[in-house]
Ligand binder design. Sequence first.
Ligand code: BT5
Length: 325
Amino acid sequence: MTTGAKILAALRDTAVGVSGAELAERLGVSRAAVWAHIEELRGLGFGILAGPHQGYRLMEEPDSLLADDLLARLGQCRVIGRDIHVFEETMSTNDVVERLARDGVREGVVVFAESQTRGRGRLGRKWVSSPRKGLWFSILLRPNLRPQETTQLTAASANALRRAILGQTNLPVEIKWPNDILIHGKKAAGILTEMSAELDRVRHVILGIGIDVNQGPNDFPPDLRKTATSLRLEKGETLSRPALAAAVLRELDMEYFRVRDGKFPEVAAEWMEHCATIGRHVTVQIGDRHIRGRAESLDDDGALILRSEHGRLQRIIGGDVTVEK
Ligand code: BT5
């Protein structure tokens, strides 16, 4: 953890305040260094009060995403979130992480952007990323998986998103295969899993995640207003993006280890329990093809098993699902 992150963690830990001398001793830096870091945090929008008797106290937090703040909120994490970067604006965070991957950066690094000019979904579709209204971020992973097993990571991410959003909002969160998070039937988050692989070995996976957090009704373009929603619209109140970001990263770290430890059956069971697709009659569109059937389950690789009208089982690894009424 950086010194700034450690100071924030210490300030959050106390309601009564902590003196500069105590912080300096705890962190092994000079009092002047503590003061300089406090000034820097103030410059970033943290309201830090310095009383003659109580020492430093944290009174106000900005809604901005700041790497130190997120690191401080996360505390110990095993892989995902051990390194965090925040950009004011990028084309797509997946592209930034792709460059880090090619430079040999170790797995677990997370890149957030306050806004994306070319956020994308699957098949080159556009992902609307309103500045400062959502969480737009990508994670670099180097899992020991075969290419066809990476769908496991999409399912694991969906579980993590569901748990984190539920924990922060208490809203009824559902998963729609393969990569949507729905609230009251509308999409509030999406996952874009991209990978670089050899024939039988994954080189790296980039998990791109977009969560609609604080958009108001007019922040979505008209063509999305019927299908997309934000946590704020559903909950009726503004949420703390940094708190949600930390919660999501914590859950993602946990889910990643379930996959790494070979516990995908557990991941799949939790996923199926909260999936709006399983047990329903659906149409899956793959390019120009439409496949109809009943969504039965998720298989060991994370593929959807569909039973056709004639009783034949089909394994679907990608596509867009429409649930029939
Ligand atoms: C997805 O694709 O749902 C994956 C979205 C991943 C976005 C993240 S943001 C950080 C990272 N960097 C990126 O460039 N991307 C990732 P897909 O299932 O193909 O859904 C795309 C469709 O969702 C679009 O065609 C729209 O219909 C709809 N959509 C676009 N923006 C949306 C939004 N903000 N909220 C809800 N729906 C949206």
